[in-house]
Design a protein. Sequence first.
Length: 164
Amino acid sequence: MEINDELQDAMNDQLNFELYSGYIYLSMAAYFEDKNLSGMAHWMKIQAGEEYQHAMRFWDHIADRGGRVILKEIKAPDKEWESPLEAFKTAYKHEKLVTDRIFKIGKLAEKLEDKSAIPMLNWFYNEQIEEEEQTKRIALLLKEIGDQKSALFMLDTKLGQREK
Ligand code: FEO
């Protein structure tokens, strides 16, 4: 089933936004490395890899349905945050924005009664639950940790163990 033009445009935009998300997380990784928080930097690099995979899901869906992938400019991300807490709060806020965007694409797919796009987007709804939950949970922990350096380094070690 060939992809509808409007849906193709929306998916190309989202492909770009997923790459942009990865760029934000890479920038956060650089920020954490600069602060000597190598575990958080590692966590963010893995997250950036996930965003690349999300982008490729949109890529494959467009291409497999006879559409045309179009790559656009990726906006430069911020490079500084006030604190690790602010960085993870920003990541959580960003993930909520991603969820809203995916819901909008889902509404379009439903309007078009696109039976191929709907299950593909369902995968993203579940993924977004996880992405929001993880960033929110880490932000909450950082809030509780406050100025306690030893607790911060313990959390950093834990986040450095992320495998996927
Ligand atoms: Fe691909 Fe973190 O949303």
